[in-house]
Write a protein that binds this ligand. Structure first.
Ligand code: ZN
Length: 113
């Protein structure tokens, strides 16, 4: 057995499989960003190859996407991670930059937080 597979076997012993709650999808939270990125495991890819494509109008087509619990959970975790590890730090950087600028412009300006 190769070293990478052994490594994965050891790592997988500590993994907790996602619960149904971890994997619950909510459309209003799924479509909040300008771009939509969805990772899909090979099992899900194979299932989705059978998707029926429906013409909505001259511009749009639709199809159902089937995702296993792991893929759904991963999607939710990525959204959460993006929010807390990307969007909030970017906001903090910009907001603190604004505050710093205000203090530099007017040192006696009191900033209410
Ligand atoms: Zn999957």
């Amino acid at each position: 057995m190769d070293a990478h597979k052994n490594y994965l076997i050891e790592k997988s012993k500590k993994v907790t499989m996602p619960t149904e709650k971890d994997a619950e999808l909510t459309a209003k939270y799924m479509f909040t960003n300008d771009t939509f990125i969805l990772d899909m495991c090979l099992n899900c890819v194979k299932k989705n190859r059978k998707s029926e494509i429906v013409n909505v109008d001259d511009e749009h087509q639709s199809f159902n996407v089937t995702l296993c619990r792991i893929c759904r959970s991963n999607f939710n975790a990525q959204r959460t991670r993006r929010f807390f590890k990307y969007e909030v730090p970017c906001f903090k950087r910009d907001y603190e930059g604004e505050l710093k600028k205000k203090k530099e412009v007017s040192p006696i300006h009191e900033i209410v937080e």
